[in-house]
Design a binder for this molecule. Structure first.
Ligand code: SF4
Ligand code: SF4
Length: 441
């Protein structure tokens, strides 16, 4: 089997047309993917619009630039994501209305992205289709795929490549594997339907002497938690392993009485299975994957904060193969030197060639890759094709259609901003200028 092709444009930008947003569009055009679609096809543009107060998510202009291209080609794009599990007490994306509100505050709305934004799994995350993986899954037999993504004719995944606390890293596989799953699909891939539970040590909980005890009870959507003066009681039968209490207890209370249990080897493979389920809703060649490897923070855009990047921006990578494009990003990240004042420094991962996220997370973060190879979704064997920037006059006309200063000429003639001013009176001549010519208007 030949290696999967990964198109690549680097992250440097020194001149016109070198914007990362423009590179995203140029790489998509170069891939030829759009020629496989029919005018009128509905295209789900799956991205992550960021948790409240996260500042690392992909900027709306990146999505807008891609949407403009799809629209110009006669396609019908919509930008989409799904409702989340609670994950932590203050999560702002568990209901469609909350997710849309957060997206709007983060700069994503129909006005900024140029097409409708649709919560693909509906109000509470139950609008989905059940996909039978036909025995191909590593762990999953069936998965819930968000209906709008499943029903779309085509899928364009636009992922932010970075680290991730549970999945090890986030890229294309996570964007469609987790982000393409409905809320109950997320419960499934996080192990709730397989019986996974948080790790609980009631002896560590001081009961109502913990200042967070009320939040601890309130954040559990199942009503599984009771905190008394004596301590903690958790009904594990009703718990669906949503992480909310664990993230509170570890990150805010600091008692570690409830923790997530480290299930990356399994979770990564379940994410790959879930991604396969999303792909099974599409005809061959109707899905395409763009990874923007920039602002590479050690954790994900689901957090309400963004740490400093661990390596410099790498660029834009694209493929028909979500496994290959993720693997290429991981390898490129590892080959790059780490950055000071980041977790790369904190965890001794500064050297070029050091496996950055493996060292930072203290484990092998490639479980999604292994899972995606094992279930037949894609290949870890890839060949990079570097895409030259299109600097033609046609490209300039696409992105910079007007010389806007042209309009100023007539206005300046009538009302120049410096008109009538004694310009020489505004300061001394620049050092080294011996014969200044002050403008006379
Ligand atoms: S956050 Fe932790 S320590 Fe505080 S009440 Fe809940 S379980 Fe107990
Ligand atoms: S007890 Fe279970 S369902 Fe309740 S908040 Fe904790 S993990 Fe979520």
């Amino acid at each position: 089997m030949s290696p999967s092709k990964v198109w690549y444009m680097n992250a440097r930008a020194r001149r016109f047309l070198e914007s990362t947003a423009i590179k995203g569009r140029q790489i998509l055009e170069r891939s030829g993917w759009l020629d496989r679609l029919q005018p009128g096809d509905i295209v789900a543009v799956k991205t992550h619009m960021g948790e409240a107060y996260n500042v690392g998510y992909l900027r709306p202009v990146i999505i807008r630039t891609l949407v403009d291209l799809l629209t110009e080609r006669g396609l019908r794009p919509f930008v989409t994501d799904t409702t989340t599990m609670p994950y932590h007490p203050w999560i702002s994306r568990t209901l469609a209305m909350d997710h849309l509100d957060t997206a709007n505050k983060n700069g994503f709305n129909q006005g900024t992205v140029g097409c409708p934004i649709v919560m693909a799994d509906g109000w509470l995350g139950t609008d989905d289709v059940v996909v039978d993986l036909q025995g191909k899954g590593n762990y999953l037999n069936k998965q819930f795929v968000a209906r709008a993504i499943a029903d779309a004719d085509a899928l364009l995944s636009v992922a932010h490549f970075k680290g991730h606390p549970a999945g090890g890293y986030g890229g294309s596989l996570k964007n469609i594997g987790v982000g393409g799953a409905s809320k109950r699909g997320k419960m499934n891939l996080h192990g709730a339907l397989a019986g996974d539970k948080p790790v609980i040590d009631v002896k560590l909980c001081p009961g109502r002497r913990c200042e967070w005890w009320q939040v601890c009870e309130d954040c559990c959507p199942e009503g599984s938690i009771r905190v008394t003066d004596q301590g903690l009681e958790v009904d594990l039968e009703s718990c669906v392993y949503c992480f909310a209490c664990a993230n509170l207890c570890v990150n805010m209370a600091g008692f570690n009485a409830i923790q997530r249990f480290d299930h990356l080897p399994t979770l990564g493979r379940r994410i790959a299975d879930s991604a396969l389920a999303a792909m099974m809703t599409k005809e061959e060649g109707k899905a395409f994957f763009l990874n923007f490897a920039m602002d590479i923070s050690p954790s994900c855009d689901c957090y309400g904060w963004t740490d400093t990047p661990i390596v410099n921006g790498l660029g834009v990578l694209a493929s028909y193969d979500p496994v290959a494009v993720d693997k290429a990003c991981i390898d490129m990240m590892n080959a790059a030197p780490g950055l000071l004042n980041s977790e790369a420094e904190e965890f001794g991962a500064l050297a070029a060639g050091a496996k950055k996220l493996n060292l930072i997370k203290g484990k092998d973060i490639e479980a999604q890759i292994y899972g995606g190879v094992a279930n037949g979704l894609g290949s870890a064997d890839y060949a990079i094709e570097e895409v030259p920037l299109d600097r033609s006059q046609a490209a300039i006309n696409t992105f910079y259609p007007e010389v806007r200063a042209r309009k100023l000429k007539g206005m300046y003639a009538k009302n120049h901003p410096l008109k009538g001013l004694d310009t020489a009176s505004f300061g001394r001549a620049t050092e080294g200028v011996t014969d200044p010519h002050h403008p006379k208007k």
